[in-house]
Design a binder for this molecule. Structure first.
Ligand SMILES: [Zn+2]
Length: 362
């Protein structure tokens, strides 16, 4: 079974805001959530260490994520949101600290993967035969650059372990974002120039199309979309969250990578009226992957970015998925579409592993 790298999970947010403990089996998290009412956040959790192990999901890009006050969720008690860049800075930095704390206090369950050496030893561990559960590796990814107060602090973020920055979630002072259109601002341009100097990967997910296209023109470093689908295949879709054909074409030309999203609303925007969870199959995820591979003419520009538990629980993912343990059920659909095991390995993790290996410092 292939090793899987998942290019997008909001682990720190879920663990700090909702108090979820992903070292536990998923069933325990669901039980606890029912008791605390936490499943109001997107529904039943999909994650847990035994389930990561069952699926061979051994490495994730774990986000630093927070929301501006205007997009906060009134139903979510204990939600942390920011009113000012200084508050955003504090929340984002705290989540990066949280990953360090996890790796220190629960090293059997979590480890940070911040260097080439750490990546090598983490992959060796996952290839070895061991009794018991293997720890989940985490590469930190900032979702929404509001946490960056000043460009001078970028080296400190890198030093502390941040490796990937997405400028947008909502729109902000750097660029337009989901449901808040806009291009790249002067501040946004300054930010990406400073990011390139340090060597960050740039994540286009959530950026409005004009901003994404501008980044594809001017960012000299590695570009990805950690969690996004091709808008064209999505029935009834009329927002700016997913990728246009032009963005995909240019991402491929820039040797970028797209983590395809197994979330129902991003596979069919009308899924609820079309029959709900049971009407959406992982086959549609395989079709998204195939579409990008057909555009590229190869299997080198696509991977998986589930965003599981990122406001999307079990009720909102394809029929075959009860927990992340079921993610490998995607692969038979790729086989049906003609992909062989080597190609499936590239999609499951090989492409993102090569990308992050190049990015990480020695
Ligand atoms: Zn997101």
């Amino acid at each position: 079974m292939p090793f899987i790298l998942d290019a997008h999970q909001d682990l720190a947010y879920n663990m700090t805001v909702l108090g979820r403990d992903y070292s536990l089996p998923n069933a325990q998290t669901r039980l606890r959530d029912r008791q605390t009412g936490n499943d109001a956040y997107g529904g039943g959790s999909l994650l847990g260490l035994p389930e990561y192990n069952a699926a061979q999901v051994g490495l994730v890009f774990g986000t630093l994520f927070s929301v501006p006050e205007r997009r906060s969720n009134p139903k979510l008690e204990g939600e942390e949101y920011y009113r000012t860049p200084a508050e955003a800075h504090r929340l984002y930095w705290n989540q990066l600290d949280y990953y360090h704390k996890l790796a220190e206090t629960q090293s059997d369950a979590f480890r940070l993967v911040l260097t080439k050496q750490e990546l090598k030893s983490h992959l060796e561990l996952w290839q070895s035969e061991t009794d018991g559960l293997k720890p989940l590796g985490i590469v930190p990814l900032m979702e929404g650059a509001e946490g960056i107060l000043d460009l001078d602090e970028l080296p400190a973020w890198w030093e502390r372990g941040l490796r990937i920055i997405g400028l947008a979630w909502a729109g902000n002072r750097f660029c337009g974002g989901t449901r808040e259109p806009g291009g790249l601002t002067a501040e946004g341009k300054d930010l990406i120039h400073a990011m390139a100097e340090v060597g960050f990967v740039l994540d286009l997910s959530h950026m409005d199309e004009p901003a994404a296209l501008e980044c594809l023109e001017i960012y000299p470093g590695q570009i990805i979309a950690s969690h996004a689908n091709a808008a064209k295949l999505v029935k009834g879709y009329n927002s700016n969250r997913l990728l246009s054909g032009e963005v995909i074409t240019k991402l491929i030309a820039r040797d970028g990578l797209i983590g395809v999203l197994p979330i129902n609303v991003f596979l069919n925007a009308e899924w609820q009226k079309d029959g709900g969870k049971t009407a959406i199959s992982l086959r549609m995820v395989a079709e998204q992957i195939d579409y990008i591979c057909q555009m590229a003419g190869d299997v080198r520009h696509v991977g998986i970015g589930t965003d599981f538990d990122g406001g999307f629980g079990v009720e909102q993912v394809p029929a075959e998925i009860d927990t992340i343990a079921d993610l490998p059920l995607l692969f038979p659909f790729l086989e049906e579409l003609g992909y062989d095991s080597k190609e499936i390995d590239r999609i499951a993790s090989g492409n993102f592993l090569d990308m992050i290996e190049t990015t990480l410092p020695a």
